[in-house]
Design a protein around this ligand. Sequence first.
Ligand SMILES: [Mn+2]
Length: 418
Amino acid sequence: MTRLLAVGDLHLGRTPSALHPDLQARRAELGPEAAWTRCVTAAIDQAVDGVVMAGDVVERSRDLLVAYGDLRQGIDRLAAAGIPVVAVAGNHDTLVLPRLAAEIDNLQLLGAGGSWQERRIGQLRILGWSFPRRHVRRDPLKDFPALDDAAGVVGLLHCDRDQRDSAYAPVSSRDLERTGIAGWLLGHIHQPDPLQGPRPIGYLGSVSALRASETGPRGPWRIDWNGHQLEATHLALAPLRFSALEIDLSDLDGPDDLAAAALDAGRRHVRTLLAATDGPDVIGLRLTLTGRCCFEHRLAEAAEQLLAESRPWQEGPVQLFIQHLLIATDPAHDLERLARQSDPCGLLAQRLLILQDTSHADHARLIEQARPHLADAAGRREFQALDTELDESEIRHWLIQAGRIALHQLLAQKQTRR
Ligand SMILES: [Mn+2]
């Protein structure tokens, strides 16, 4: 049995963006440095045999002294617990990571200069490759060593998967699989992959949410080797996370109920999270307002006011704030009237009516017009883990949702111009 803690894109030196102004003073407790301290504690508590880091440990090359203190402190604690640290350099820390490794005894850079290098941790052999310069257009797997025995070998690589023309070490999923090793722990893309199954291959993701668009759990992974296969477990220990929630406004009586609905959605979300994990310290809520709203004409103003004036609030051990509000309600009662206009709002309303009516003569044509565009988006790497075969109801759902958001924004522009 061998256990690792695998750390993805850490970006020490980057401050978390999109925080509420009231939380700015706590920025240091919510960023990558705090997440790193928690990684170190987790590694010691879970008695791992080694910590592996998949690159972009540091945000910028001039951040040697920004990162040195925090990284050093953590690595010293790991050294005291007898836990070695192995890292590969990514495109952000190409220059600074080798320098940090030269300064810190217990930090080993793997695959310096872009040549594959192996290091044993417990029963596992870690095979890593580091960025030799900031841009690398050559596929590093072209030089992957021939292995007599691929059992118990784990690949550690910062790379751009399935983006053939990328300047950030392009590799293909097929070639990763073809190596036949026990698993691949990848850095670069901040959205973590599921890493499920007996042979986990994929992105570890950012260790803490660096942008509001990085929604969902963030943290390192515990990797267990039982002598035959790997098992990956996500440890969602980041102090800050962003969560995308939908609020159905159909039962609300007026704009004054909006804040209570947000409060309720946040409370239920925290309850669900705490049932499964410890939960983060702070959650930024990204709320999408849906349903049939009876105060549609006052909704944009109410949402804007809520976003501008609401302050963070406490829900058990978690502090919440509203980071973003998006209106995607169903303006059904207005559509018929709007559709009689010949301006952009009217044209959009006409199409929304057609999309909502599956028996309309033009319905199928609109869906088929959208299919190639949506298929293109669905094929992008962000959605690779998802099913890219779009069925008609999905296309319809996304078109209606996007149409409603656009219509709300058009109507809001008209109102401000008045
Ligand atoms: Mn990167």
